[in-house]
Write a protein that binds this ligand. Sequence first.
Ligand SMILES: Nc1ncnc2c1ncn2[C@@H]1O[C@H](COP(=O)(O)OP(=O)(O)OP(=O)(O)O)[C@@H](O)[C@H]1O
Ligand SMILES: [Mg+2]
Length: 249
Amino acid sequence: MKLKKNAPVPTLAEERKHILNDKTPFAAQEAYKNLRTNLMFSTAGDGCKVILVTSPEQGEAKSTTAVNLALSFAQNNSKVLLVDGDLRLPTVARKLALDGAPGLTDLLVGRAKTNEAMRILSNGLYLLPSGTVPPNPVELLGARQMENMIEFLRKSFDYIIIDTPPVNVVSDALVLSPRADGTVLVVRQGVSTMKSTEEAIRKLEFAEAKILGFVFTDVHSEKKHGKYGGKYSYSYGRRKSEGETRNNP
Ligand SMILES: Nc1ncnc2c1ncn2[C@@H]1O[C@H](COP(=O)(O)OP(=O)(O)OP(=O)(O)O)[C@@H](O)[C@H]1O
Ligand SMILES: [Mg+2]
């Protein structure tokens, strides 16, 4: 399967609709706090934690989840770097109404310095956008320079959150996953099936990625929770095979 580059491009308003802000419904804010807490516990230990965000298929809300996760960690006084590692269909900078270049790719090929490629969003939140779209994303992400860059950046941050393309479509996230401390798999109701989710898990495990848990997005719950049902029923949890069930159903 190929990335659908000709899929209708969401408007800026649509892109930003689910990014955390003052008007975000309470249930969604709480769901992200839960996700943050769960990730803090599942990556406990000293030093910076590098967390990869991916999904089985396209359009499952990976980038939205990555941005919100970074905002949520920063709100909790952590120093966070959000990296747009989706070099094919980058949207993180657009979701934050910023320029996407220069960024990661320019830094990797030596065309920009760290202070030119990185944006300071607030006191504890930094963005490394994707940069100029390259012809060879997998090679670039798998290159020694990328590994060195992550190790170098670890020294300056508490969390590095990396948005990536879908694992069942291209191998970019699989190439990056061994460099991370853990991977979060975003699964959207109506997009990923059980089969495609299992395929993604198999691929990630083969790449020796540590799957930290799942984020279920756009969940249409039968039962409305007060006035905040439907799309804000995010969930997070570990796999049942690891002896735990997902919480916040
Ligand atoms: N919880 C949600 N409920 C409904 N729509 C959502 C939700 N989260 C994000 N969206 C919307 O879904 C669309 C796709 O989201 P996003 O760009 O985060 O997906 P993606 O997985 O990164 O896509 P791609 O595979 O193209 O990188 C956007 O228009 C976004 O606003
Ligand atoms: Mg995306």
